[in-house]
Ligand binder design. Sequence first.
Ligand SMILES: Cc1cc2nc3c(=O)[nH]c(=O)nc-3n(C[C@H](O)[C@H](O)[C@H](O)COP(=O)(O)O)c2cc1C
Length: 319
Amino acid sequence: MTSSTPAPDLSVRLGPLTLRNPLMAASGCFGYGVEYAELVDLSSLGAVVVKGLFLQEREGHPPPRIVETPAGMLNAIGLQGIGARRFVSELLPPLRERRATVVVNVCGTTIDEYVEVSRILSDAEGVAAIELNISCPNIREGGLQFGCSLQGTDAVVAAVRQVTRLPIIPKLTPNVTDVASFALAAERAGADAVSLVNTFLAMAIDVETRRPKLSNVMGGLSGPAIRPIAVRMVYECHQTVKIPIIGMGGIASAEDALEFVIAGASAVQIGTANFVDPLIWPKVLEGLTSYLKRHAIPTIADLVGTVATRPVVAAPAGA
Ligand SMILES: Cc1cc2nc3c(=O)[nH]c(=O)nc-3n(C[C@H](O)[C@H](O)[C@H](O)COP(=O)(O)O)c2cc1C
């Protein structure tokens, strides 16, 4: 590419939704977006995925709710949140003002609750898509009962499909043996894209007190420790479904994000790394642009799923 070559196109399509770039803030790691507005230009992100919302407010679990682990963290927040209606009246207006592309992480303990929350959000102005959280490992009856069953995944997605025209993005759990079969169930039920992975169910123990380090006993593992497993899962899903995939799990640099894209992700989310460096966003975007320029790739969409898994065949002698 010469200096007159146009800048690479970072925009991505997730079914009916077009994002200005593939970088999304992961649910639960970026508040409701407005908390970060002084630090980060929200309109510069592909999208902000807000903290999971039930119909009602929730307090979440008592502390301790977070534990540091090697190359990651455990959390059992317990889906603390302000509920769908307060979100619409109090937080959507400032998000709209800042021209954020807002994806709402929708939670439920029953299918009816997923449907009701989705309906409320569909009627509101300024929601770009629904990420269906059927994968939170930290609370009983918090959606994982649907996300760990193919029938449950089908039932939630199909029911929400009936009540909204917004793009539906089920968020898959890695706590299953064959994640691709869940992506396929979501696709068949009418999902526009899938996102993966949520956190891995995990546990840490204080050996002096012999007590679990989290009040909830178990929690979800995130951060760089999970990245190679998440990349493998994105790769498997990309082999199986046609709908776009949003990949996440331990992304902390442009190179990490590129790994997911090359494995098959059309967009990526950053979660835990935002706690380490809330100024990470422009750095990763800049890294993506310079990679595309260096490899003379005009659009990031051209890179999706391009991992070369066949062995390199040596050219015959004399060729
Ligand atoms: C403190 C914390 C809170 C989270 N809350 C949510 C949530 O409300 N809904 C959800 O779908 N995922 C939630 N997640 C999972 C993240 O969105 C993401 O899927 C996971 O952390 C893997 O990405 P990462 O390694 O970049 O953090 C949470 C993760 C953390 C660390």
